[in-house]
Design a protein around this ligand. Structure first.
Ligand code: UDP
Length: 241
């Protein structure tokens, strides 16, 4: 079994660490309890967030593979650890929206909660220094961030993910407002990478409109650890021990 020795650390991000695995073609992703918002300006430790997000993301990645979307996820190997394919991350983030919220509401001056007639796809150039500016597909191709065929695959996969995730959350009485996806290159193929968690999604309780995602932390709406525990119980049908 792969152990997470400090000398194997390849990269440390805001919420995860990436370690070399035994095979050069694989990595181990370790989920931390750290939460950040506003590009790292606001920071906190959220009890059990790493354990909850690791298990949620593993669960969703398996669902997406079953729905026909190739993913980097291989298996969960510890409470906070996942074995994944080692991909080259494509520096274009995709946001899928079903309801107006967040930066879209701000940018266009639309009310949060406005339903969209069909899913809206937005692209952002992945750059901490530039604060992830929005870009269109033509710009992403022209700047060399992604090929046209890669963007086409990303679009198709993102819409498949949206259909599957939306149906799942709907069955739990939760509205999938929006979420962010990252993709990678693996042996000439585009695969879904990174994570699917409430850190990168907006989830609103349908009956009450209550937020069940990282906006609880961003907007100081309550205890994020409690919120994530509640989501965990809903998804897995039992409380996190
Ligand atoms: N999101 C993310 N990482 C980012 C930006 C956005 O995971 O760097 C997610 C966010 O959690 C939300 C969706 O993408 O579910 C859309 O976010 P938005 O563009 O509205 O930006 P925000 O209001 O989160 O800054």
């Amino acid at each position: 079994m792969t152990d997470l020795r400090p000398d194997r650390l390849l990269y440390e991000g805001k919420a995860k660490q990436v370690y070399a695995a035994d095979s050069a073609d694989e990595i181990v992703i370790h989920y931390k309890d750290d939460a950040t918002a506003f590009n790292g300006v606001k920071k906190a430790q959220i009890a059990d967030k790493g354990v909850i997000n690791c298990k949620l993301s593993a669960f969703f990645m398996e669902k997406m593979a079953a729905a026909g979307v190739p993913t980097a996820f291989l298996k969960q190997v510890g409470p906070r650890d996942q074995l994944c394919r080692k991909v080259e991350i494509i520096p274009v983030e995709l946001v899928v929206r079903n309801v107006v919220a967040g930066s879209l509401a701000k940018r266009l001056g639309r009310p949060e909660g406005e339903k969209l007639a069909r899913p809206l796809l937005e692209h952002f150039y992945k750059s901490d220094e530039l604060n992830d500016p929005q870009i269109n597909e033509d710009g992403a191709i022209l700047m060399g961030y992604a090929k046209a065929w890669e963007l086409a695959a990303m679009r198709e996969y993102a819409l498949t993910v949206n259909d599957a995730l939306r149906a799942f959350w709907d069955s739990l009485g939760v509205e999938l407002v929006d979420f962010k996806l990252e993709f990678g290159r693996y042996h000439g193929q585009v695969v879904l990478a990174d994570e699917i968690t409430p850190d990168g999604s907006r989830l609103w309780e349908r009956a009450t409109g209550r937020k069940l995602d990282k906006d609880v932390f961003r907007r100081d709406l309550g205890d994020l650890s409690e919120t994530y525990r509640e989501l965990y119980s809903r998804v897995f049908g039992e409380a996190l021990r």
